[in-house]
Write a protein that binds this ligand. Structure first.
Ligand code: GYE
Length: 328
């Protein structure tokens, strides 16, 4: 009798343990966790530093929605690579179907992506690129040609200023990110070709409006004089514009401003003549990532690298229709 009771208790314990394991195991593989009908995607986002980034997050949320059959687990890394590494490890632990990574910096992904590969979870990189020797550690990448963007801006400067001497202030984005590296490299090529161009100031503005304003206030206080402000994103340009105006300097007249991203407000400032040239960087990757996942679900192979098409605008080419059509 006692023996039979122990046996029954053991069986009950086993059942309970099994149930626990199924529900704690793969987030997507059955159980009562509510994930079973969805494709589960873990998205490690850089942060919320700019309008571009917020538009990017929104685009991902809209495309990878429950109505479309997805469960999106979004992690905001607050611009820190360590946080992204932790987020990816959590996604692996949760057994997501796909990992999407918008990397803060290019370097330092080998170990964690090898862990994702071992767990057989495809990794889709968006926006910025990673620098990695073994490219089997990610499935594919979709994003922008940042060096092309920088070269585009420099071409405009060459056409606009001919051989005029220029004093240039350079606000950089987060150091080590593809967006910074490419846009900086474009400018550096221009500086090499043009001995009449002088770089009078170069600093990291973290891609934020607050830092852009702070840096320009500081350099004006130091008496730095300049003709061109090359800002590696719109938000830093907005901050710079505030600082210039507060100091009685008219953007677009006393100083030429060049920016990257081309969000709606930047386009309005081009129309108002305050930003002279803006190079577009498209943040709407949600539907593109969704299409990639659909192909992978259908056991197809998406292209390894996809560059999105991007335009640019100056005071002559901007129109109200272009501004009205800009959703972010
Ligand atoms: O230009 C900037 C953002 O990586 C393209 O990051 C992105 C850049 C974008 O914070 O505004």
């Amino acid at each position: 009798m006692k023996k039979r009771l122990t046996l029954i208790l053991c069986l009950l314990l086993c059942c309970a343990l099994c149930g626990l394991l199924t529900s704690c195991g793969n987030a997507n593989k059955g159980g009562n966790d509510g994930y079973e009908d969805f494709v589960v995607v873990g998205f490690s986002q850089v942060g919320a530093e700019s309008d571009w980034r917020n538009a990017n997050t929104k685009s991902m949320q809209e495309a990878l929605s429950e109505a479309n059959g997805y469960r999106l687990i979004l992690d905001d890394a607050q611009q820190k690579q360590e946080r992204q590494i932790t987020a990816i490890r959590n996604f692996i632990h949760q057994g997501v179907d796909y990992i999407v990574l918008a990397p803060t910096t290019e370097k330092g992904w080998e170990t964690v992506l090898a862990e994702a590969k071992t767990a057989k979870i495809p990794v889709i990189i968006v926006d910025r690129m990673i620098e990695i020797e073994d490219d089997s550690l990610f499935t594919c990448w979709i994003g922008s040609d940042f060096l092309g963007e920088g070269r585009n801006a420099v071409r405009w400067m060459e056409n606009h200023f001919d051989d005029q001497p220029l004093r240039i202030v350079h606000l950089q984005g987060n150091l080590g990110s593809s967006a910074q590296l490419g846009r900086t490299a474009g400018l550096e090529e221009g500086l090499e070709r043009h001995p009449e161009w002088e770089l009078v100031y170069q600093e990291n503005g973290d891609f934020t409006q607050a830092k852009g304003q702070e840096l320009v206030e500081a350099l004006l206080a130091d008496g730095v004089e300049f003709d061109v402000l090359y800002s590696e994103n719109d938000n830093m340009a907005y901050g710079a514009i505030d600082a210039l105006k507060n100091a009685g300097i008219t953007p677009g007249k006393d100083v030429t401003i060049i920016s990257f991203d081309a969000g709606r407000h930047a386009l309005e400032l081009v129309m108002a003549g305050e930003i002279s040239y803006v190079v577009e960087c498209n943040p709407l990757h949600g539907p593109r990532v969704e299409a990639i996942i659909q192909r992978l679900e259908a056991k197809q192979t998406p292209p390894k690298l996809t560059y999105v098409e991007e335009a640019s605008f100056d005071t002559e080419t901007i129109t109200q229709t272009i501004i009205d059509g800009r959703g972010y």
